[in-house]
Design a protein around this ligand. Structure first.
Ligand code: SAH
Ligand code: SF4
Length: 390
């Protein structure tokens, strides 16, 4: 029996952490105002204080209230007594031959997640995680072999961006001219987990990341990848407004059921109906269809032709992803000639069809290779079914 597809609600409540200090990272502006007022900041001052503190945390990257020099000394001391500005802890950092950096980060509860920085000529993309593990079981994905431990909090999601900027030395120097080429210029939610099964936290975190007074990464430079959680797609357009990528991977329900089991809940037709609405709702240009190339499984000319027929009318780009192997994976990567032939058919039908060059393979940082070694493996399917009372 297959693992049940359920939305596990395992987020830590937004509570005072051990030691009693609330982490200000990841709070929305309204939540930050609330926290400052609760500490005793007069209500009429709250908005201004939020603006000042926000800039210190997200524009200057400070981690210490004492560095907030436009606040009175006494007020800084009070802030330090009540709050902290905390990031996930870097357990290890691996740098690939191609410059890709993979961070293993420790978060509350001793859990670990990964974030990957991919430098390119004209941009730098940070791939971040939204959950520890994943409740879904896509058969080609390494993360899918690790069971869901919990959702990440907004602090932990935003924290991945802060950690990368710390490590890359990307915070501005006071007085120095603004650096226009940014190291972390783009963010993709393509790490561990299904972001649309942690919707509110991902949304709140992305609002912080987009905020023009802080990290200021525009919604058009953020891409959320989903395996196809149909009921949350319209909300993503309306409440986040970022670019959308979808893990499509197959052109018949029979094959997609096996590769992306959430397809049994929301099949290809239902998914495409939701996707057709996305560009209008989010006022964005096109959707990225991710398509992993698996030898002899989904890579024929007939598949390519079916794919372009299915997506007709949707403004789209098709990202062909050569399968990245992981120990024990039940698939092989399609041959290069096959991938190119597939790309050619898609391209001739009028769609951009870039073949994603695997990055960071030597450090297991490529798509679908992420899995934290410290977490227990997924329970067997029988165990999962038993736990769910099936
Ligand atoms: N859960 C989300 C986002 C994380 S996966 C989703 O599924 O979309 C990010 C991308 O990597 C997805 O397109 C996923 O299908 C792809 N991927 C997973 N395992 C892979 C592998 N072994 N090789 C290549 N791509 C893989
Ligand atoms: Fe989860 Fe995405 Fe991997 Fe599927 S591909 S198991 S949804 S992380």
């Amino acid at each position: 029996m297959d693992a049940p597809i359920t939305q596990d609600v395992l987020t830590l409540p937004r509570k005072m952490p051990e030691g009693g200090k609330l982490n200000l990272v990841g709070l929305t502006r309204a939540q930050l105002a609330e926290a400052l007022i609760a500490m005793g900041t007069p209500e009429r001052q709250a908005k201004m204080r939020v603006g000042q503190i926000w800039q210190w945390i997200y524009h200057w990257g400070v981690q210490d209230f004492d560095a907030m020099t436009n606040l009175a000394k006494g007020y800084r001391a009070e802030l330090a007594a009540h709050f902290e500005i905390a990031r996930p802890e870097i357990v290890s950092r691996q740098v690939s031959e191609d410059g890709t950096r993979k961070y293993l980060l420790r978060i509350a509860g001793g859990h670990e997640v990964e974030a990957v920085y991919i430098p390119e000529e004209s941009r730098g993309t940070l791939c971040i995680s939204s959950q520890v593990g994943c409740s879904l079981t896509c058969s080609f994905c390494h993360t899918g072999t690790q069971k869901l431990v919990r959702n990440l909090t907004p602090a932990e999601i935003v924290g991945q961006v802060l950690v990368a900027r710390d490590d890359l030395g990307e915070w501005p120097e006071p007085g120095a001219p603004r650096n226009e080429t940014r190291l972390v210029s783009n963010v993709v939610l393509m790490g561990m987990g299904e972001p649309l099964y942690n919707f509110e936290n991902v949304r709140d975190a992305m609002k912080v990341v987009m905020d023009g007074e802080g990290l200021s990464i525009s919604r058009r430079r953020i891409t959320l990848s989903t395996s196809g959680v149909v009921p949350e797609i319209a909300r993503t357009a309306q409440e986040i407004g970022c670019l959308l990528a979808v893990s499509f991977h197959a052109t018949t329900d029979e094959v997609r059921d096996k590769l992306v089991p959430i397809n049994k809940r929301w099949n290809i037709k239902t998914l495409l109906d939701a996707l057709r609405e996305y560009p209008r709702l989010s006022n964005s240009e096109r959707i990225t269809f991710e398509y992993v190339m698996l030898k002899g499984v989904n890579d024929s000319d007939a598949d390519a032709r079916r794919l372009v027929k299915l997506i007709a009318g949707i403004p789209a780009k098709i990202n062909l992803i050569p399968f990245n192997e992981w120990p024990g994976a039940p698939y092989e990567r399609s041959d290069w000639a096959r991938i190119e032939a597939f790309a050619d058919i898609v391209h001739k039908a009028g769609y951009a069809s870039p073949i994603r060059t695997p990055r960071g393979e030597d450090i297991m940082a490529a798509c679908g290779q992420l899995k934290s070694a410290t977490e227990r493996g997924r329970a067997s399917r029988a165990e999962i079914a038993a736990q769910a009372g099936l």
